[in-house]
Design a protein around this ligand. Structure first.
Ligand SMILES: Cc1ncc(COP(=O)(O)OP(=O)(O)O)c(N)n1
Ligand SMILES: Cc1nc(C(=O)O)sc1CCOP(=O)(O)O
Ligand SMILES: [Mg+2]
Length: 230
């Protein structure tokens, strides 16, 4: 059955398998553009990143599209989804796997209508009410933070801690990824709290060796998940 965009039901069950959320790596222009960015993303994937987000709040639309196309060749070859931060138009233009949207970005319901039932759509709630609304509107997952205090996003607000993260995990049925100030020293706490994965910028993209940094985090995540499941 065909739907016009306006008739397409939101929150339609998707046949697409759920991504592997364990290690979600987010780019930052501070750590390179062009080939340097591509090399860092490729290294992060070699080390064990399971999902990648292109996040660049300063690039022109044209530059963002170029970066997205360049990253897609790497992520597709590795079978890792590429998510575009903020920009539904860029995700559509390049055929990315999804978008990530905060409370000031396009509403999730509109993005779901535009991108269709199989797109990965992440939401960043600021309150429990936001979390429930985003889930209702068709978010695939939530990125919840700032958990520990981030050096990367100055407007992230006060840290919510593990207790704040757990509150959202208990409230929704969709996967929750912890974000904000996550390092090898605290990643296990996020997984023990029930998060499906961790999202990091500086701990991998800002590392001298992104492959080694991703590998260290993956070991911690996988070990902690085994402990929790035992
Ligand atoms: C995985 C993930 N979680 C949270 C965010 C933050 O999104 P948002 O609140 O829209 O802030 P900006 O990233 O746009 O500054 C994210 N990007 N990814
Ligand atoms: C993109 C982003 N969103 C956040 C939120 O709290 O919603 S914190 C953040 C940046 C995370 O970077 P780092 O791993 O360097 O702390
Ligand atoms: Mg945003």
């Amino acid at each position: 059955m065909w739907y016009s965009l306006s008739q397409q039901p939101i929150n339609q069950p998707t046949q697409t398998p759920m991504p592997d959320w364990r290690l979600y790596v987010i780019t930052d222009p501070r750590y390179g553009h062009g080939d340097a960015l591509r090399d860092r993303v490729a290294a992060a994937i070699r080390g064990g990143a399971t999902i990648v987000q292109l996040r660049d709040k300063t690039a022109t639309t044209r530059a963002l599209i170029e970066q997205a196309r360049a990253l897609l060749t790497i992520t597709r070859a590795a079978g890792v989804p590429l998510i575009i931060n903020d920009r539904v138009d860029v995700a559509l233009a390049v055929g990315a796997d999804g978008v990530h949207l905060g409370v000031d970005d396009m509403p999730i319901a509109d993005a779901r209508r535009l991108l269709g039932p199989h797109a990965i759509i992440g939401g960043s709630p600021e309150t429990p009410e936001d979390a429930l609304r985003m889930q209702r509107e068709g978010a695939t997952y939530l990125g919840v933070g700032d958990v520990f205090g981030t050096p990367t996003k100055p407007d992230a607000g006060a840290p919510i801690g593990i207790a704040g993260l757990q509150r959202i995990i208990a409230l929704v049925d969709i996967p929750v990824i912890g974000i904000g100030g996550i390092t090898p020293a605290n990643a296990a706490d996020v997984i023990r709290a029930g998060a499906s994965g961790i999202a990091v910028v500086s701990a991998v993209m800002g590392a001298e060796d992104p492959a080694a940094a991703a590998q260290t985090l993956r070991h911690i995540i996988d070990r902690t998940r085994s402990e929790v499941e035992a």
